[in-house]
Design a protein around this ligand. Structure first.
Ligand code: 5GP
Ligand code: MN
Length: 336
């Protein structure tokens, strides 16, 4: 599948194309790293490229090489729509269901451009003519590396490498999740040879907290609850608590993981109230057999990976909390 995909893709791009590259909504390090790396590569190949994010991204990613060229659909809708309508090739990276880019999805569905998917989530939708989907791989950046390296490794450079390194690092929990392989490390070694300043990348992402963000983490940890007799914890953040800490996009990134640092805990969940969107955004993390992709799909209209998934609830924070506790108890066979 990979070889065929790369051959078809490089053949498609032998002719000059107008490309639009899309990450998912609320893009993370992997989504922005993979789309920016592809953006740099296609630019170097002489294609006209636009990178359109459905909405804004957190400040800890606002240093990635080329990020100043990203167009936000939520801020520049007309310009984005015009670019989508003019596109001949549309890349969708780090997501596999068009709902993840709503409300942009309707313009992508209407477009006659050739759609290309590169993604590592479970259960891909069938919208792309060219598809490279592999849930066994730890990051979309690793997949983009595979594609670009096979296509033309001679033009890989420090900027592309820095973008790819960022996504591999963030999606692998700094190279510690089980999906991190010997191949991942070989790729990372090559990226370092291309000039990535890995200590600086780590500092930009993880040592850039504002004081209020650390206070918000304090509240999150204080709100942590263990479910009786089960190896599961969850925590909540109300809109009032977020407001008190001057919440900004991306501030809660990684907070859910703290639950899994408790000895024996196999499932950790965070519930974050968003009054503006009228939802409770949820993140699920697990260790071992508990399949949070399945759990998020079944109960909270979400999805993701076996050990990391997200979803949303449309009832109050308190009712979401009750529903979550019930759902965990009903699916607790691997959590005792
Ligand atoms: P996070 O909890 O960090 O937002 O997301 C964890 C994983 O689940 C990521 O791979 C993300 O792309 C995916 N994910 C997050 N929210 C959703 C959602 O609402 N629907 C689906 N299908 N996947 C999600
Ligand atoms: Mn990813």
């Amino acid at each position: 599948m990979f070889k065929e995909f790369t051959q078809q893709l490089s053949a498609l791009l032998e002719k000059e194309q107008r490309c639009v590259i899309l990450p998912h909504k609320n893009p993370d390090g992997d989504a922005l790293g993979s789309t920016l790396a592809l953006y740099h590569f296609l630019n170097k190949k002489g294609h006209e490229c636009s990178l359109i994010s459905p909405n804004e991204y957190p400040s800890f990613l606002a240093w990635l090489p080329g990020e100043e060229n990203i167009i936000c659909f939520s801020k520049e809708e007309e310009k984005s729509i015009a670019l989508i309508e003019a596109a001949t090739v549309i890349f969708t990276l780090d997501f596999n269901a068009l709902g993840r880019i709503a409300p942009m999805d309707e313009y992508i569905k209407a477009s006659t451009a050739t759609k290309v998917m590169i993604d590592h989530h479970e259960a891909p939708q069938d919208y792309a003519a060219l598809m490279y989907s592999n849930p066994a791989l730890g990051s979309t950046c690793e997949m983009v590396y595979n594609v670009l390296h096979t296509w033309d490794k001679s033009i890989l450079d420090q900027n592309m490498a820095t973008c790819l390194y960022t996504g591999i690092m963030t999606d692998s929990g700094s190279f510690r999740f089980p999906s991190t392989t010997a191949t991942t490390h070989k790729i990372v070694a090559h990226l370092l040879e291309l000039g990535v300043n890995h200590a600086q990348v780590h500092q930009n992402i993880y040592d850039s907290y504002r004081f209020e963000r650390l206070q918000l983490l304090g509240i999150t940890l204080n709100n942590l609850k263990r479910i009786d007799n089960l190896n599961a914890v969850y925590t909540t953040l109300s809109q009032e608590e977020l407001d008190r800490c001057d919440f900004r996009k991306g501030d809660t990134e990684g907070f859910v993981n703290y639950g899994l640092s408790l000895d024996g805990i196999k499932l950790a969940v965070i519930l974050i109230e968003n009054k503006q969107e009228g939802i409770i955004k949820m993140s699920f993390r697990s260790k071992g057999d508990f399949d949070v992709n399945q759990f998020a799909r079944e109960h909270f209209n979400g999805g993701g990976h076996i050990n990391a998934a997200g979803g949303a609830s449309h009832v109050s924070l308190e009712n979401t909390r009750i529903k979550l506790e019930q759902a965990i108890r009903e699916n607790s066979s691997t959590l005792a």
